[in-house]
Write a protein that binds this ligand. Structure first.
Ligand SMILES: NC(=O)c1ccc[n+]([C@@H]2O[C@H](COP(=O)([O-])OP(=O)(O)OC[C@H]3O[C@@H](n4cnc5c(N)ncnc54)[C@H](O)[C@@H]3O)[C@@H](O)[C@H]2O)c1
Ligand SMILES: [Zn+2]
Length: 358
């Protein structure tokens, strides 16, 4: 497929390039704008000088984290890019937060400029830097609402530079790995069996997860058909856990525990066969190292039920009658979307708050 006539940001298959940042940056056009995570710039001291050698119009450094996904940060990026021509390139170097705000900026600048994503966290490498989505958060009545203002704007290239992953903490690696394993468990039985025999190297995990996410996005690039829903496996109760922990539990860890709870729901409804659930749970413990059920119990045990219900109802995945629209595993590598009644998941609550497998 030739993509040369596509407007910047329109769907295109991922175009991944692997290598050191200095090698890949040699192809960055002069006059580009780079948005860089400040922590990454500190940890990788040659990053800024490599960019400067490409004579960029601007290098905008942002503090990574949700504070990067604000209108203030977005405005900073847009203001620094004012003189960029429509043919210019916006380069995003950072985790999912820098990637998300840069995606929105690339969509708005001159009604759309070329975007190159350089994911520096594992989560960004396996998930957020492909699939076209970007968003900023809003603060409404003092509460942060995640991602209400978003766009689809596909990156023209993804640069995968393994040197960046070398400075990630064990926790950061686990968070990204859990999202990657989510895709393997729900989409690819062959790969799953291979991973169980021998856990993959990090680069291989990234390549495989990107391939799987791409396979889903290519069928439904703008999320019109609900086909991308499968990527939400583990996210229904994952979001609840993330929220009741007041975001102290990271997204990846929350999704890991959310997958265990989704396996329970699947077993209860007879959708997930017992051996499949047991195999998936064991793999999540042995592979990426999902946190223990006692962690979910501690969080859910303290959460008022009415807050949990409000959170679940507010979840955009809730069905018309207030049932939860959940992705459940039918076999390793296969899923089904089911509307789950409140009485069903409530039946699991006593076990969940004790930290035992129902
Ligand atoms: N667009 C999508 O499709 C999509 C998908 C999933 C998640 N997301 C979004 O992604 C965000 C989470 O992404 P994230 O986990 O990468 O968070 P992040 O961008 O906040 O990065 C996490 C932390 O790691 C630091 N960091 C980045 N690279 C590093 C490196 N190489 N070494 C050491 N530290 C490094 C950052 O400074 C930050 O403190 C959320 O806002 C979420 O909504 C988007
Ligand atoms: Zn996720």
């Amino acid at each position: 497929m030739t993509t040369s006539f596509l407007p910047p940001g329109a769907y295109r298959p991922t175009n991944d390039r692997w290598g050191t940042f200095s090698r890949l940056a040699a192809s960055l056009p002069e006059g580009s704008v780079a948005v860089v995570d400040r922590t990454v710039a500190k940890l990788h001291p040659t990053l800024i000088s490599t960019l400067e050698a490409r004579k960029p119009r601007a290098i905008v450094q942002l503090v990574g984290g949700e504070s990067a996904k604000t209108f203030t940060a977005l405005e900073k990026v847009l203001a620094a890019s004012l003189s960029m021509p429509r043919s210019g390139t916006l380069l995003a170097v950072g985790g999912g937060t820098v990637g998300d705000v840069s995606t929105v900026a690339a969509h708005l600048l001159k009604r759309g400029v070329r975007l190159v994503q350089v994911p520096t966290t594992l989560l960004a490498a396996v998930d957020s830097s492909l699939g076209g989505k970007g968003a900023v958060d809003l603060t409404v009545k003092g509460r942060v609402v995640k991602n209400p203002a978003g766009v689809f704007h596909y990156a023209e290239e993804g640069w995968l530079c393994p040197e960046f992953f070398s400075t990630l903490s064990e926790t950061q690696v686990r968070e990204g790995s859990l999202e990657a394993w989510k895709m393997v468990i729900s989409l690819d039985a062959t790969l799953f069996r291979r991973y169980v025999r021998k856990p993959p190297e990090l680069n291989k995990l990234v390549k495989d997860a990107r391939g799987l996410k791409e396979r889903v996005c290519t069928q439904d690039p703008y999320e019109h058909q609900g086909l991308r829903r499968v990527l939400n496996f583990g996210h229904t109760f994952g979001h609840v856990l993330e929220s009741v922990s007041r975001f102290k539990l990271s997204h990846g860890d929350a999704v890991g525990l959310g997958m265990l709870l989704a396996l329970d729901v699947g077993r209860l409804l007879g959708v997930t066969p017992e051996p499949v659930a047991a195999q998936a749970e064991e793999a999540l413990a042995q592979g990426p190292g999902v946190l223990g059920r006692e962690r979910a119990a501690a969080l859910l045990g303290r959460a008022p039920m009415k807050d949990v219900v409000t959170l679940l109802n507010a979840d955009k995945k809730a069905g018309a009658k207030g049932e939860l629209r959940m992705v459940l595993l039918t076999a390793i590598g296969a899923t089904e979307v089911r509307d789950v009644a409140e009485s069903s998941w409530r039946a699991l609550w006593p076990a969940w708050t004790k930290g035992v497998r129902p």
